[in-house]
Design a protein around this ligand. Structure first.
Ligand code: GRF
Length: 228
């Protein structure tokens, strides 16, 4: 259904999920996804839901770049795709306020930043305390910020990977939920390495949402921070 499986997989190490087999049998968790570009992680989450690996539903996709492929993927899945172009707002806070209003309008419970390439503010974090997660293409705390894959290649490390973490205002710094390690091969380019990292991203992002879902049904989002 997608280009998600086009990349070669390689041996990798995924950090253990605290609740590997949890599938909430109650009301599906209401997700809002934020994406800026391709949207392969959006599709991985949608696919996990369709395969009944994740008891959730995507209420809305928010995207900030006109023409982002993520929007087309959402429309294909029947998910409303709302463009909030950051260029139309005077400040990060103004954009985040509109994002919050949109997420609330769609009754979102947990927010998934799946390739959202904007720095978020306290406005968004305060509206969904401990209920926003992000996927980042490195083994945090190494290689924060943009160009994480390039940073890993240029630094000469032999293993990198991806991380799903809770979002705080400080970029790429919240509580880590899951990680997957990916070896860097001698002939790797930015493209080949990123493609293999994305294979792992598409696995651990739905798993991390399942962890959040369990904490959601147990109580508050704060529990996820203490249990992982
Ligand atoms: C991913 O590599 C993610 O880690 C980073 O942005 C990329 C988004 O990819 N934050 P996609 O748009 O989901 O394909």
């Amino acid at each position: 259904m997608s280009d998600n499986s086009a990349s070669v997989d390689t041996p990798s190490l995924v950090s253990p999920s605290v609740y590997p087999s949890f599938f909430g049998d109650g009301t599906p968790l209401k997700l809002g996804v934020m994406a800026s570009g391709n949207g392969s992680n959006f599709e991985a989450v949608a696919e996990a839901i369709a395969q009944q690996q994740l008891n959730a539903q995507i209420q809305v996709l928010i995207y900030n770049n006109p023409g982002a492929k993520a929007a087309a993927r959402a429309e294909k899945c029947g998910v409303p795709a709302i463009l909030l172009n950051h260029r139309d707002f005077n400040s990060r806070e103004e954009l985040d306020q509109k994002i919050v209003e949109t997420l609330q309008q769609y009754q979102v419970e947990w927010v998934i930043m799946a390739g959202w390439m904007r720095v978020v503010t306290q406005v968004l974090v305060d509206a969904f305390p401990d209920r926003i997660i992000n996927i980042h293409p490195s083994l945090l705390p190494s290689f924060k910020g943009i160009n994480a894959v390039e940073q890993a290649l240029n630094t000469g490390v032999k293993i990198t990977g991806c991380t799903v973490h809770l979002v705080s205002v400080e970029v790429d710094s919240g509580k880590i939920l899951l990680q997957a390690a990916v070896p860097i091969l001698p002939d790797d380019t930015l493209e080949t390495l990123h493609a293999r990292i994305q294979v792992q991203e598409h696995k651990i992002l739905p798993q991390a949402i399942a962890i959040c879902q369990r904490s959601h049904f147990l109580g508050t989002g704060e529990e996820v921070a203490s249990q992982c």
